[in-house]
Design a protein around this ligand. Structure first.
Ligand code: HEC
Length: 479
């Protein structure tokens, strides 16, 4: 197995999405994909159960409902699910080939297994869709069973890889595949997602039941009460969420629980949305046997979409500054490479030129743009999402130099600056040039005093990421 532990990073061409931050491009697609995929998995189990109710005479309307829910399910999961899934590969390989490479290297067979489950899910789902109405009961049940279990299996396998990114656990030391797979957040994450699958399926079915128009009011009430069972596990959500948080590293938990206002806001959206849906499911639907009309179901599904999106945002954000915790920073540099890049520079080896080279009046500005591209652009844009111009445009030039040199001290969710002092100055000049509206002429800044001042700040910042840098500093102080 190879690992990017060499002292200089492997370099891949990256794409720039302009004002849309790179991380945002993946995240945005990811939210749709997760929502659709979880709906498709929960929908499988719901249909399996309904088919059983129908065949055993417990629910005479089950068959009619299955054939209609399934049409929506098929359309959503096969077409949009597959499209967003492929879209995610396409964007993530353009944004962080390094991360994908490490995932494939570390979990090759797990990944292959996941794809086989996914393939089974599609084959069984399509067979049921195409021939379901002509097949005997036992075969229908078997196909739906295969579809559901294969769908859940694909979640099971991918969940190990995604949760490993947040909490690689013992894998860091021993590189054992199973230690990485069954990492500290594997179970809370899997259980949480499984509960969400059931909720999305029930809400989707409630919309369909209301939209069908073939059922009487009493029939609809009975069906809705039946499917609301799939929402009851939400009662356990606060507990599972607490477990999830407890299994997270302390600094990640810190960002979420107030350390970063944006993250805390998203936690509130996710928790509030879930509480609303869960409360409604348990009290109104289950205890009071109330009827859920199409508008309510659609509203709750929209809230669920928001809560799912916020949840995915939290999961991605809690990992900062890493794309694989402790192993790889979001900007595709490893912790071990920082020290050598401080010496050799991050732009020296870069074989990919700027596409718009002619637009920059000086070599220093070109270098600055390259530094920005290599170290910052995965999380920032110049003037779009999380814009550097807005964040630091108003600072004095020395303030910029110092805060960027001490990046992991400025905000703990940023990696340490991984370039040399000349590159840092080039970056500061480039950002100032952008801030000035890209004028046609710009003075090169090459005062040796500035460079040695930056070197001093870089040395003081150290090459360790937060919170290790701070801990090392404190230990140094107390000696
Ligand atoms: C892992 C993602 C990530 C990387 C890489 C990253 N940043 Fe940031 N940075 C953030 C986030 C998130 C914020 C918070 C934005 C906010 O508070 O609205 C931030 C904030 C900042 C701020 C404002 C800090 C403050 O407290 O006011 C500056 C300046 C900044 N970044 C500069 C940079 C520069 C320069 C680079 C590249 C050398 C960089 N960042 C790389 C994620 C990152």
């Amino acid at each position: 197995m190879t690992e990017p532990s060499d002292l200089l990073p492997n370099l891949y061409p990256v794409n720039d999405y302009g004002p849309v931050m790179k991380g945002l491009a993946i995240g945005g697609l990811g939210i749709f994909h997760v929502f659709l995929a979880q709906f498709a998995i929960g929908g499988g189990f719901l249909m399996w159960w309904l088919e059983w109710l129908g065949q055993t005479g417990r629910e005479p309307l089950a068959r009619k409902l299955i054939d209609s829910v399934f049409r929506v399910l098929i359309l959503l999961s096969f077409v949009t699910g597959a499209l967003t899934g492929v879209g995610m590969w396409l964007t993530s390989i353009q944004v962080s080939a390094q991360t994908i490479g490490l995932m494939v290297d570390s979990f090759h067979w797990v990944w292959a297994t996941e794809w086989i489950f996914f393939w089974l899910e599609i084959a069984a789902g399509y067979a049921f869709y195409r021939y379901g109405d002509r097949l005997p009961g036992r075969t229908r049940l078997a196909l739906l069973g295969i579809y559901s279990i294969a769908g859940f299996g694909s979640l099971f396998w991918i969940n190990g890889i995604l949760s490993w990114q947040l909490t690689p656990g013992a894998w860091i030391a021993n590189h054992d595949v199973w230690a990485g797979f069954f990492n500290p957040t594997f179970w809370p994450s899997l259980i949480f997602r499984t509960i969400v699958c059931g909720v999305l399926a029930a809400l989707g079915a409630a919309i369909v039941i209301n939209a069908m128009g073939e059922f009487t009011r009493a029939e609809r009430e009975r069906l809705i009460h039946r499917i609301s069972v799939f929402m009851l596990p939400m009662i356990a959500m606060p507990l599972v969420a607490a477990w999830y948080l407890a299994a997270m590293p302390a600094d990640s938990r810190g960002w979420i629980m107030g350390g970063s206002m944006v993250m805390t806001l998203f936690v509130s959206i996710s928790a509030g949305g879930s509480a609303l849906i869960g409360g409604y499911a348990v009290i109104a639907l289950w205890r009071q046997k109330q009827y859920m009309n199409g508008a309510t179901a659609t509203l709750l599904a929209a809230i669920a979409f928001g809560a799912t999106g916020a949840g995915e945002f939290i999961r991605e954000g809690a990992r900062k500054p890493y794309s694989v915790r402790e192993v790889l920073f979001s900007n595709a540099i490893t912790p071990a490479q920082v020290a050598s890049l401080r010496e050799h520079g991050v732009t020296a080896q870069n074989p990919y030129p700027l596409r718009d080279e002619a637009d920059y009046p000086t070599a220093q500005l070109r270098k600055g743009r390259l530094v920005y591209r290599s170290l910052c652009s995965v999380c920032h844009t110049i003037s779009g999402a999380n814009a550097l111009d807005a964040l630091m445009g108003g600072w004095t030039v020395d303030q910029k130099r110092m805060n960027v040199a001490m990046l992991q001290w400025t905000e703990g969710f940023m990696p340490p600056f991984a370039g040399n002092a000349e590159e840092l100055e080039a970056l500061i000049q480039y950002l100032a040039w952008e801030n000035a509206g890209r004028p046609p002429a710009w003075r090169e800044s090459n005062d040796p005093a500035t460079i040695s001042q930056i070197k001093m700040w870089l040395d003081r910042a150290g090459t360790l990421p937060a919170p290790k840098a701070q801990a090392a500093f404190a230990a140094e102080e107390s000696r």
